[in-house]
Design a protein. Sequence first.
Length: 82
Amino acid sequence: MPKSRTRQKSHYTAPTERPSGPTVNPPWFVPVLGGLLVAGLLWIVVTYLTNFGYPIPGIGSWNLAIGFAFALVGLGMATRWK
């Protein structure tokens, strides 16, 4: 009886070790991450305290979107923190 092709393959061999890439973040990474989180929080707080008048007058609720965008970029960076 003929043998299947899977039986003709050699046994599993573990892959050789790959050279690891850089495992540390650049020195600017954590200060930028923290700065974006704090800037987003402050932007949102100032927006609420001034009844949507500042930090940028005239755009109203979009000030909240800008604050949340800063905070979300900071959180996105936090997922890459090593």
